[in-house]
Design a protein around this ligand. Sequence first.
Ligand code: URP
Ligand code: ZN
Ligand code: ZN
Ligand code: ZN
Length: 466
Amino acid sequence: MTLLIKNGQIVTADRQYTADILIEGETISLIGEHLIVPEGTETIDATGQYVFPGFIDPHVHVHLPFMGTFAKDTHATASQAALIGGTTTFIEMLAPAGSDELRDGWNTWSRMAEGHSACDYTFHIGVTRWDEDTERTLRELVASGMTSFKVFLAYKGAFGIEDATLYRTLTLAKELGVVVTAHCENAELVAQLQAKLLSEGKTGPEWHEPSRPEQVEADGTAHFATFLEMTGAEGYVVHLSNARSLKAALDARRRGVNIHIESVIPHFLLDKTFAERPGVEGAKHVMSPPLRDKANQTALWQALKDGEIDTVATDHCPFDVQQKRMGEDNFTLIPNGIPAIEDRVNLLYTYGVSRGALSLNRFVDAASTRAAQIFGLYPKKGAIEVGSDADLVVYDPAYRGRISAETSHVNNDYSGFEGFEIDGRPSVVTVRGQVAVRNGAFVGEPGRGQLLRRAPQAEQKGRAPA
Ligand code: URP
Ligand code: ZN
Ligand code: ZN
Ligand code: ZN
């Protein structure tokens, strides 16, 4: 099978040029002008369009038992929605409850994905308890190519861990050369503030943000950074939402802590007034860390432009309207999460590149390349190079549309971004050389996605600096 993508404007993290790309089998075999191609090659004309490396979402939840219920997607629905939106690889959080064995969690998550995901995928291994079995399983999983961990400093009594476990996890990560991703909020402060607000009769979704204010996240971020400093481990703050927390992470980086920063698309575009809408409308916009005061968005966009924020992910986590109603009388019972896996790339392109001052190169870097570099996928993923996987997004900047739950492919009945305008979309998406999407429709092979096994970050070439 050979495929030629002709006349596109190729945009990578550091280049922009017009050329043709020849794909033979699953990889890119030639890049250049006026290529001589084998007979029978299928041609896609990308004149007037961009060609980007397949986008990578480094933070998604697909299978997720959480707050007494389950997130709505399957690996089939999430992966097809991802592909339609230009995401060709995602990294899912394997998040067993603290009461469950990690090995059982691995078996559950990996079996659910295998043969069902249409795009490639891998896992951050959630460390939600610590004992001999956990440590042995972590060593085995790293040896098998699952070279990043996830810890939650929030969610007391569920995924949350104590400092002793944090210390052991980071020490092991340092030894094995793997990166640790962390949800940074001070769990005790959240618990105390939630109890205080409820005791005052403050039960609506508008109280979610005040129950975990910016200081609580900044404290969690500084705490994580201190533990990284003491252990020498490499860290990655997930879904950083505000200027105070950004300062905490950047202060740590300036004193030499090896810390990467992810922010997620809801925090760039939605603010806390969405969660202040009455009833279930507010509940639809409850996630943690919460949507913030709008002033923080200026700081996030600037840090993204400057490359201080490494990656833009989604924290995709769909709960439907009925599930969101579980917290009708008590905001602490609203399942946390906003779906975005299909919309991240189009939203970042529209409000970053098309209507903002984000460069095309930084857009590609933040939504693809940097995640590949940090998580040991580069240059197989995140690059347009001879030998790279032929995961490509032909992107039509002339398309105009709006986001709506009606047209979404995520398995959910609302969109957090309902009505948002879109200034572009993928016209063709390939996964390892096969066309998976044409003009907003999935045309690929369900279940073709592969589990990506990675080398420890410490052994990778072409790593991004912290
Ligand atoms: O609200 C969120 N973010 N839900 C998913 C779980 C997490 O914290 O990432
Ligand atoms: Zn989180
Ligand atoms: Zn998450
Ligand atoms: Zn970094």
